[in-house]
Every structure is written in C-alpha cells, then in structure tokens.
Design a protein around this ligand. Sequence first.
Ligand code: SF4
Length: 306
Amino acid sequence: MPPPLSLPVLLTPFQAALSEWGDRVRRDLPWRHTRDPWSVLVSELMLQQTQVARVMPRYVGFLARFPTPAACALAPVGEVVRAWAGLGYNRRAVHLHMAAAVVVDRFEGALPEGLDQLRSLPGVGPYTARAVSAFAFEHDVGVVDTNAARVLARAVAGRRLAPVEAQALADSVVPPGRGWAWNQAMLDLGATVCTRRRPRCGQCPLAAPPVGATVGGCVWAGGGHTGPDPADGSAGVSGPQSAFAGSDRQGRGRLVDALRAGPVTVAALPVACGWPQEPLRAQRVAAGLVADGLAVVADDGSLRLP
Ligand code: SF4
C-alpha cells in the first residue's frame, strides 16, 4: 500500500494572516503548555468569568491539589470551594466537582472526547465543550467566546451575528488540522487587539488584505467603520456587567469567603455578608448558597461548607 498522500493545506488570505500573527505573538499562558483534558477543563471553567491574570496563579495551585478528576471527585466539595478562593462565581467549583464525579462514574476517570459527551458533564456548556475539544483534543471546531465572536462579527461577517450563525461561521473558518493554534489566535486577537471599546486596527493583521491579495481584510474596518459596531448584540458578545458593589453577588462572595475560614452562625450572617443592618437579605443569600450546593446547615443551625 502506498503511504497516504499528504496534501498541503491551502489557507485563505484571512486564515493565513491570522495564523501567521497568532504563531508570532501567542500569549504564553500555563494552560497552553498542556493537552491534558482535565487541566484544560479546569482552566476553561476558571476563565469563564475571571480575568487571565487572576486565574494564572490559582490554576497552578488548584491542579497541584486536584491533578485528576478522581482526585477532585474524592475530595469533599468544600475543599474544592476552598481551592477556588479568589476566583469568584463559586458555583463553578461545585459544577467542577460534579463534573469530576461524572467523569469517574461514567467515563472511567478520563474526560470524553465527543462534544455531546462533554456537554453531558455538569457545568459544561457549548463553549466549554468546544474549548476542551479544540484545546485538549486538537479538534477542528470553532470556539466562540466573547472575544472570538467579536472578531467574527467585525472582520468576517461585517454585521451582527445570531448564535447559530456565529458558531457555523467559527467552524467554517478553522484551517484543517490547526484547530488548537487557530482558536488560540482568535481568542488572543479579540482579547488584545480587537477589543470591545477601542479596537486597535492599526496593529491588527486583519485590517487590510494580506500583501499580494485583494481580499481578506476586515469587513468592518475595510468599510471605514461606518454603521453600528457589528459586535454589538452579536452572539456571545457580552455587554456591560451590572454593578458588583452593593449587589447580592458581592454579599454572596463575602459569605463564601467567611465560610472558607469556618462555620458562620445565623447571628453572624449579616456581618459576614457585609450587611449588618439587613439580616433578612443575608438569610436569603445564605439560603441561595444552600440551594446551589455551596453551603450546608449544620446540626447547631450554623452554615458551613459542604
Ligand atoms: S481591523 Fe479592527 S475591527 Fe477589524 S478585526 Fe482588526 S481590530 Fe477588529
């Protein structure tokens, strides 16, 4: 049998420009040094709502404590919540613990490769499933987070994209065999150059068609940025967040921080939440933590981590 033919991959001008830029300037992030699916899942869940700079030191420490799904599943969920300190949105820690248990029970301790199987894990939505698929298994799927969606809407479509359109477009532009590097480049471009408020088009590899090509430049920039920003309202592109200061979210975070130090009595709940004058509000937030699996009520009525 003759060996299979290895054909060169022909890239479109758009693919060539972004691939060259991505390979040249790729950010050196700890989770980019691994293809271990568990490590990638941990990084993706951490990065969902938290900035890269805050995730970096905690990612390393978390994996040192829970290097495998089995190590995580065997630990009490409270320990996982403790290791999540500083990342916020603590329900992700509960979801990760639940996902680890499912991986152990149903997949013999190893994360599955298929998108449907990945999506069957608690806390793993379409974005996270595709991120694990691309960044751990190097599959050629499009990963559409808020950064990639912004680039797709501005550079490729030149108009607002519905969720299904954004995903289909993202899948269609992945160069064959380059899913890992391509998606990293998309995320990097959106995070560092094609930013939400002030895109730095002068430094963007997509601003104009590549040398020698007549097509391939950014649609929105090529049109002189006329009309509304295509990213506004596009699938996956988040708008401004509601204020954190004074919100229930803030009190919730404070209460989980207090629980990391030890049990909190009912009388101490308002102070732990930062609302000494609002005991009913504190109790409502505490009940929410219990409902979300982030806290349990001990025999003496105090609240503690599970
Ligand atoms: S040219 Fe400007 S708007 Fe277009 S992708 Fe680059 S940074 Fe974004």
